[in-house]
Design a protein around this ligand. Structure first.
Ligand code: PMP
Length: 317
């Protein structure tokens, strides 16, 4: 039942009307599949879809704030780039996808929430050849999300480095935001075993790439540092936004290769992601980072990030 309270009406209203989720009737969520809205219980795709059979497809996680879809153009640009790398023809244009994302938010009463947009390879045969798939499917889900507790944002997170390295870009390029997330899931399992919520993934050369679902930043003096995309970092939309905000705040921004030593000796460390937003990190592999508290640059960038979410985005009308 979690995550359902920010849609219009909220969980209380679902039950007050006697048609709520708690066993008293059909849920009201509407899922967009290939141009039509389906009730949550009817939102289904074929077991022969290669998105399921092979993780063959691409996706985006997008946020809405204050009745606007944040950075929608940038997310759709990345979606098309991921699809191009897979020779996957998205059966909708950029403009059509923009309208469909906005319409899905509107249908679900989402003003502050989270949108998951997927394009699967579509229905095919049991063999892996994508040429045998008829037509890609577009799925849009608008819901809410809270990855971490508010206390964690106040106190900062402890993370570790895990043994699973980030995919080689010559094998499965980490720049492709594909439905195949096993590399990240293996690392997440190792984070779970270590008793933490996020983890640093190194690349095959031992440089820091990113975390399982977030980009990583360090603050050293007046410098903001983050691994280059060539180290195996996703072209994060939050990453790019934070880099712009840092430059506006007079910080120098650089993308050098970073080692664990650099992380341990940074003044501040934080993670960025659409869902996670900006999460301070205060301990890595048992080493306290800086003062052990979220630092002033992390706080400043967090404030500026939230201020930006209040004034930009594609209106949900
Ligand atoms: N890295 C990975 C592996 C991710 O899955 C994500 C998205 N959750 C990010 C970084 C952050 O990207 P964005 O800021 O665009 O959400």
């Amino acid at each position: 039942m979690h995550g359902r309270t920010t849609r219009a009406g909220g969980l209380k209203d679902y039950c007050a009307t006697g048609t709520g989720y708690l066993g008293c009737g059909p849920p009201r969520m509407k899922v967009f599949i290939d141009g039509q809205f389906y009730a949550e219980s009817d939102a289904k795709i074929s077991v022969f879809d290669h998105g399921l059979l092979y993780g063959d497809g691409v996706f985006e996680g997008i946020r809405a704030y204050h009745g606007r879809v944040f950075k929608l153009k940038e997310h759709l640009d990345r979606l098309f780039c991921s699809a191009k790398a897979l020779l996957l023809d998205i059966p909708m244009t950029h403009a059509e996808l923009t309208r469909a994302v906005v319409a899905t938010c509107r249908e679900n009463g989402v003003r502050d929430g989270y949108v998951r947009l997927l394009v699967t390879r579509g229905v095919g045969t049991l063999g892996l050849n994508p040429k045998r798939c008829r037509r890609p499917s577009v799925i849009i889900i608008a819901d809410s999300i809270q990855l971490y507790s508010p206390e964690l944002y106040d106190k900062g997170m402890e993370i570790v480095t895990v043994p699973t390295t980030r995919n080689l870009h010559s094998a499965v390029n980490p720049a492709i935001k594909s439905l195949n997330y096993l590399n990240n899931i293996l690392a997440k399992i190792e984070a779970n075993i270590a008793g933490v919520e996020e983890a640093i993934m190194l690349n095959a050369e031992g440089y820091v790439a990113e975390c399982t679902g977030d980009n990583l930043f360090l603050v050293k003096g007046r410098q903001l540092l983050t691994p280059p995309l060539s180290a195996g970092a996703l072209y994060g939309i939050t990453r790019a936004t934070v880099m712009d905000l840092a430059r506006e705040a007079g910080l120098t921004v650089a993308e050098p290769n970073l080692t664990r030593y650099d992380v341990f000796n940074a003044d501040e460390c934080f993670l960025t992601g659409t869902a996670a937003e900006i999460m301070p990190v205060v301990k890595v592999d048992g080493r306290t980072i800086g003062t052990g508290q979220p630092g002033p640059v992390t706080r400043l960038l967090t404030e500026r990030y939230h201020a930006l979410t209040r004034v930009t985005g594609e209106p949900i009308v």
